[in-house]
Ligand binder design. Structure first.
Ligand code: ADP
Ligand code: MG
Length: 369
């Protein structure tokens, strides 16, 4: 029996992968309609810090998580009883931008220039060098939430107040030429592998498309993989780790944006385009097995399907826009309510080249509504 904290789409795809490998799964999620509950052997429908539910989870042979803002202490406590990956310490780092950035630099990697702002008095003359910038809350941000663009010291002070004067990071705007991400699978320093970098396109702060292979020189792709592996080693990470990177300036330098201690939206194509998905990797690693081959089998493009493509009257999208293409694969998460901005599913189109896959995915997606 494997346990997972969180039963959203990532937990759901994890559960499917675990079940095909013969495991049984216990999911902890307070939502009675949690997507993973469709497949789980046991759904603990309780709060994430519920002592009874956590005690039940502690009986599992191994426990993992699908979301970033899981209580790191609960992970540490579970680790007293069973195998837990990633560790509570790694999760704590990934969920706090201040810790996260200092670890990225400790690994010898670049981040955007930044200043930690914990109190109003931290905003001063030295803050000017990080303008124009983005003030990001240290914790609880996702899909572009918890971020305010600032151009002047006055705007910075206002933004800090808007954030409720919680600890923040002021990040200088970088000359963004592209965004990529690498999903790393690590058991230990000798058993580590990285999927090919995905080239990511966002709309309204939410990932819209991931194209793989990324249309970047092979040397840059190798560098991205090495950086992600280096970071996973520095953290002594066990499990699946996603590393988001920015491609900056004319030279196309890579800097690390942020990490996620779990499978990532930009790795969903691995279900259809790789021999082992990022979710199968998560199962292997949490059970102490080495990662499977990460090689890409075919060029592809993943497109997210948000609640936006449902009609205002709740009418179903036009699924034949995906399913009429024999090279396209549809994944729906079983969420009952379609809302604007809500991730309801995704589609992956395979093609001979990344360019064609991207084109076809955009075409399918635009015909859904
Ligand atoms: P989230 O947790 O919401 O994913 P990110 O830090 O990844 O937050 O920021 C969301 C998006 O905002 C990024 O994918 C990128 O497009 C843009 N962004 C973030 N930081 C910077 C920056 N320093 N310079 C330019 N663009 C940025
Ligand atoms: Mg991000």
């Amino acid at each position: 029996m494997l346990g997972i904290l969180g039963g959203g789409q990532l937990g759901s795809m994890f559960t499917m992968a675990a079940k095909t490998m013969g495991y049984r799964v216990t999911v902890l999620d307070p939502d009675p309609n949690a997507p993973a509950a469709r497949f789980a052997d046991q759904h603990l429908c309780a709060k994430f810090d519920d002592p009874k539910a956590l005690a039940e989870l502690a009986k599992c042979a191994a426990v993992t998580t699908e979301f970033e803002n899981v209580n790191a202490q609960a992970m540490r406590d579970l680790a007293q009883h069973t195998r837990v990956s990633p560790s509570g310490d790694c999760v704590a780092i990934a969920q706090n931008r201040i810790l996260e950035k200092s670890w990225i630099r400790k690994a010898g990697l670049q981040t955007a220039p930044y200043q930690v702002i914990e109190k109003m008095a931290d905003i001063g003359a030295e803050s000017s060098q990080y303008l124009s910038g983005i003030l990001k809350t240290a914790t609880l941000g996702y899909d572009g939430k918890g971020q305010i663009r600032v151009n002047t010291l006055d705007e910075l002070r206002q933004a800090f107040v808007s954030h409720g004067e919680v600890p923040c990071v002021l990040e200088k705007m970088v000359d963004l030429r592209g965004e990529i991400s690498v999903v790393v699978c690590r058991l230990n320093a000798d058993a580590i592998a990285a999927f090919d970098p995905a080239e990511n396109f966002h709309e309204n702060g939410i990932l819209a498309y991931s194209v793989v292979p990324a249309r970047l020189p092979e040397s840059v792709q190798n560098q991205a993989r090495s950086m992600a592996i280096c970071l996973a080693n520095e953290l002594d990470y066990v499990g699946v780790l996603a590393v988001e990177m920015f491609v900056v300036g004319d030279a196309g330098d890579l800097i690390v944006n942020e990490i996620a201690p779990r499978p990532h939206n930009s790795g969903h194509h691995t279900i259809d385009a790789c021999l082992a998905s990022q979710f199968q990797q998560q199962v292997r690693l949490m059970c102490g097995f080495a990662p499977a081959d990460t090689r890409l089998q075919q060029a592809c493009c993943m497109a997210n399907i948000l609640g936006d493509v449902w009609g205002d009257d709740g009418g179903e999208p036009n699924w034949s826009a995906v399913l009429d293409n024999p090279q396209a694969h549809l994944h729906l998460y079983g969420k009952t309510q379609a809302r604007v901005g809500r991730k309801m599913g995704h589609l992956t189109v395979l093609a001979d080249t990344a360019d064609v896959a991207y084109l076809l995915a955009k075409q399918s997606h635009s015909q859904l509504k």
